[in-house]
Design a protein around this ligand. Structure first.
Ligand SMILES: [Zn+2]
Length: 281
């Protein structure tokens, strides 16, 4: 997911929020939506107020002139008639893409709002820091910003083959590129070399940026690359990888859904390999 066209992010709320402000209200990890299952709608702030539910508000910005806020509802917030709480993944391909992207952004802000009510250093209740998306401790001055966790994804190629792997949690038959979280002290390139070595036992070179994607489960920035095989025997780590294999560019197995960057990375790469006559089989 990414910043939708027409959306201007801001943490500075207008003095009064208009009645038609869109409210992305989360109870625990689920978003309050109405309308039919196939075409869910996001309530306005006025509608939420009429339902007599409320929570901590964070301003998100403006989508084509309509203000958008995130609301952290209490865990025991009521479920009003004709409305329901839905997991974000269940809204993929149902909620319009721009609203889904803002909902994913709201989800991360709400998670941060909810988990930074107290100072992590001294335990004093925090307050929103004026002028910034931050929580500040009035006692010790500690400032906490929303957390974004960088992770890498890499598709390793060897001639016209790509290396795909299955995590034990994947649906049967589905393969994807390798991925892992960046550790303190690492560059992304360090992380790629380490994860590839740990997960499948090989070395890579020519690490090349592909694209990135915000992923709200719970607060990742997935940064995708390709790399070339540079040596070693495939030896999958049994804890993280159920199976890892080389696939010919024109014979890839089931892939993750098209909303994920892994699908785009794999499809773009096999298309490139297929066209490249200089590569040996
Ligand atoms: Zn403190």
């Amino acid at each position: 997911m990414h910043t939708p066209e027409g959306f201007t992010p801001s943490h500075v709320s207008p003095a009064t929020l208009p009645e038609d402000t869109l409210a992305f209200a989360f109870r625990e990890t689920k978003l309050l939506v109405g309308g039919p299952d196939a075409a869910p709608v996001v309530p306005t702030l006025a509608r939420i107020e009429s339902m007599r539910i409320s929570g901590s508000v964070q301003y998100l910005g403006d989508l084509d002139g309509t203000a958008c806020v995130a609301l952290a509802l209490p865990d025991d917030a009521a479920e009003p008639d004709d409305w329901r709480y839905a997991g974000l993944r269940s809204l993929f391909f149902r909620l319009p893409e721009a609203l889904l992207a803002i909902a994913a952004r709201a989800f991360q802000i709400v998670e941060w709002d909810r988990t930074h009510r107290y100072c992590g250093r001294c335990g004093t209740p925090t307050a929103d820091k004026p002028g910034e998306r931050a929580k500040e401790c009035p006692a010790c001055g500690y400032v906490a910003f929303p957390r974004v966790t960088p992770a890498m994804m890499v598709l390793v190629t060897r001639g016209r083959e790509v290396l795909l792997a299955r995590a034990p949690r994947f649906p049967p038959g589905m393969f994807s590129a390798l991925a892992g979280f960046v550790e303190p002290g690492e560059t992304i390139e360090d992380c790629i070399r380490r994860e590839v070595r740990e997960e499948v036992g090989i070395e890579v070179s020519n690490i090349t940026y592909f694209a990135s994607q915000s992923w709200a489960f719970p607060h990742s920035l997935m940064i995708a690359y390709t790399a070339q095989y540079a040596g070693g025997e495939l030896k999958p780590d049994e804890n993280e990888i159920a199976e890892a294999r080389w696939f010919a560019w024109d014979a890839v197995p089931d892939l993750p859904p098209s909303i994920s960057i892994s699908r785009r990375l794999i499809e773009a790469t096999v298309a490139r390999l297929g066209k490249d006559a200089t590569l040996l089989e």
